[in-house]
Write a protein that binds this ligand. Structure first.
Ligand SMILES: Cc1cc2nc3c(=O)[nH]c(=O)nc-3n(C[C@H](O)[C@H](O)[C@H](O)COP(=O)(O)OP(=O)(O)OC[C@H]3O[C@@H](n4cnc5c(N)ncnc54)[C@H](O)[C@@H]3O)c2cc1C
Length: 568
């Protein structure tokens, strides 16, 4: 059997002074150099912890923030907006560093996410090449938003229906909106059909925003649990990656190791002096740990032999640590949690990982020589008339493009050129990811020709798109509360391990708002200050999992602090 080498010696001495009285810094390993990992590392360094290492699988920092510069413009494959300003640390970081543009009062009052364009009109076009009249769109939009607001109320009122299968935003919205449309005596049959078809298009937009396969999978009873931070939504013209760079700026280069994927976190070791870590690939060997992570026979109370965490990397290096902060996405946890942790995570955490949802939302940027859209058009919304009575929004593989809900016009053209930004989510996004650029560009152009009724639209001169679903370092775009889950599952993930009633080794799971024990608002103690019991124990914290809208005041627990103030 292959054995991995243990590296580094900083854990040979106990934290805070051992038998030989030589105090040493706790060694803290952060897994992942996205916003959460960089924020954690920066916060630790700022508070006097010097033995910090960040291990990042890919060859860049930023994770799901990826700004691509093409000629003069920057395109965001991942995070784009700073959602809300009041008390949002990302907003303040951007504002303090002069990264934001002036916003108008009109923009400030936008309640829901507005896309790139500051002005203009959304064109709702059908697959028969017709534009849906503006008044019909407005009437439908009012009705949809009214029902959308209702979906937000169920969190306060309790579970809306008996059957869990009906506890879904999609099922509820489709049902209520449909009934109201059909019961409207003023509309002609033609108008009713158009409005019924629009429901599906709106639900596709909504699932792109939720990053779910379909709104039928999003929990109705938990939908109102998260609310947006008040204030305008901002984009960063020079790229969201500037936030990443600002976070990374004070972190010494030597702290971050790129191209260093972690294979397994051995979080309940007996802290042998020179451990021989069993490679994580061998799943069958019983390590003697139970599901709660207790190995009482291995645990020692002596200063130098407390339980430790050993981080085994793909290159076989094993890094001993006192604390580990894991910031991989929920998608990565879903796919790899069984091999990523040894012993395995406790059942309730595994259940939370399984219950919470994450799917793929991808962007497709198409650059044209000339605009074929009118100057007032800020987006093209695809309404399939044949979907008026559809119950599902799942398509056979060959029809993946029917899941593209819209193309937004990037604004202003002086900055971006003539670029449309398309949105696709769910399983169909994964099919799109498997196609080559040529096929995607061709398919999108065909769609645009069909819906605009203009067969002369030329192919774009350039295409750029994301592939968050198939990327092994992400396995999805962002998380949502799936039917059967709730914010309580996020809290279960966030709870440090073992639980307070247990002892020693601490495993905690947090969302992208920050890491358990390290909320920026409640800094960890300095190495010389009296220690919180949490910091006396090895800490394994998982971050980067959850939807991050600010919890409502009545949510069962206060937020842990916000690093990324967005519904992701
Ligand atoms: C398409 C899209 C649009 C979005 N839009 C917005 C938006 O407009 N506004 C907003 O606020 N947010 C948005 N988000 C969400 C936002 O990008 C994320 O919430 C945030 O970037 C998550 O940061 P994180 O550090 O928690 O996780 P990540 O960015 O996923 O970082 C985790 C890191 O861990 C690394 N990793 C994974 N496995 C391993 C391993 N085994 N070993 C070592 N390293 C590993 C990964 O490579 C990654 O760098 C969007 C995301 C996507 C995908």
């Amino acid at each position: 059997m292959q054995s991995c080498d243990s590296s580094g010696d900083s854990t040979e001495e106990p934290v805070g002074g051992g038998l030989r009285g030589r105090p040493r810094q706790p060694r803290i390993v952060v897994i992942g150099a996205g916003l959460a990992g960089l924020s954690a590392a920066r916060t630790l360094l700022e508070h006097g912890f010097t033995d910090v290492t960040v291990l990042e699988a890919s060859d860049r920092i930023g994770g799901r923030v990826q700004s691509v510069k093409l000629e003069h413009a920057t395109f965001e494959l991942g995070a784009t907006w700073i959602h809300g300003s009041h008390g949002n640390p990302v907003y303040h970081l951007a504002e303090d560093n002069g990264l934001l543009e002036e916003t108008t009062d009109g923009e400030r009052s936008v309640g829901r996410i507005s896309l790139y364009s500051k002005n203009g009109v959304a064109y709702h076009l059908t697959n028969h090449g017709r534009r849906i009249p503006k008044d019909v769109v407005e009437e439908f939009s009012d009705l949809y938003n009214e029902v959308y607001n209702l979906t937000q109320e169920f969190f306060q009122r309790g579970k809306p229906v008996n059957a869990e299968s009906q506890n879904s935003v999609g099922v509820f919205t489709r049902d209520v909106v449909r009934k109201r449309i059909k019961a409207d005596p003023d509309d002609s049959e033609t108008t009713k059909r158009l409005k019924l078809a629009m429901i599906q298009q709106y639900l596709k937009v909504e699932s792109c925003e939720s990053s779910s396969h379909s709104m039928d999978e999003v929990s109705l009873s938990a939908f109102g649990e998260w609310t947006e931070i008040p204030g305008a939504h901002h984009v960063i013209p020079c790229g969201f990656v500037r936030i990443v760079e600002l976070l990374a700026q004070p972190i010494p280069r030597s702290v971050i190791q790129l191209g260093k994927p972690v294979r397994c976190v051995h979080w309940d070791q007996a802290a042998p002096g020179s451990p021989e870590i069993e490679p994580a690939g061998d799943h069958n060997r019983d390590r003697g740990g139970n599901r709660e992570g207790h190995r009482e026979e291995d645990r020692e109370d002596g200063e130098g032999r407390r339980g430790r965490v050993f981080v085994e990397c793909e290159d076989c290096e094993v890094i001993p640590a006192d604390h580990v902060i894991v910031t991989v996405s929920l998608g990565v946890l879903k796919k790899y949690h069984e091999t990523l942790f040894r012993p395995g995570l406790p059942e309730e955490k595994v259940a939370a990982i399984q219950k919470l949802g994450i799917s793929t939302t991808d962007k497709i940027f198409l650059e044209f020589e000339e605009p074929f859209w009118s100057p007032e058009c800020n987006s093209i919304q695809f309404v399939w008339e044949d979907e008026a009575e559809s119950e599902t929004l799942t398509y056979p593989e060959g029809l993946w493009y029917k899941k593209i809900c819209s193309f937004d016009v990037l604004y202003p053209p002086e900055r971006y050129g003539h670029v449309l930004s398309g949105w696709i989510c769910g399983e169909e996004a994964l099919v799109m990811e498997r196609c080559d650029d040529e096929t995607v560009a061709e398919t999108c152009t065909e769609m645009l020709r069909r819906f605009t009724g203009n067969p002369n639209i030329p192919k774009p001169r350039r295409i750029l798109r994301s592939s968050w679903g198939s990327n092994p370092h992400f396995r999805g775009s962002y998380s949502y509360t799936q039917v059967g889950s709730s914010g309580a599952d996020v809290e279960r993930l966030a709870k440090p391990l073992p639980y307070p009633e247990s002892s020693k080794t601490v495993v905690g799971i947090a969302g992208p708002w920050g890491a358990v024990g390290l909320p920026p608002s409640v800094p960890p103690p300095s190495p010389t200050a009296p220690r919180d019991p949490l910091w006396e124990c090895p800490l394994l914290t998982l971050a980067g999992l959850a939807p991050v809208r600010a919890p409502l005041p009545h949510a069962s627990q206060p937020p842990l602090g916000t690093l990324v103030s967005a519904p992701y």
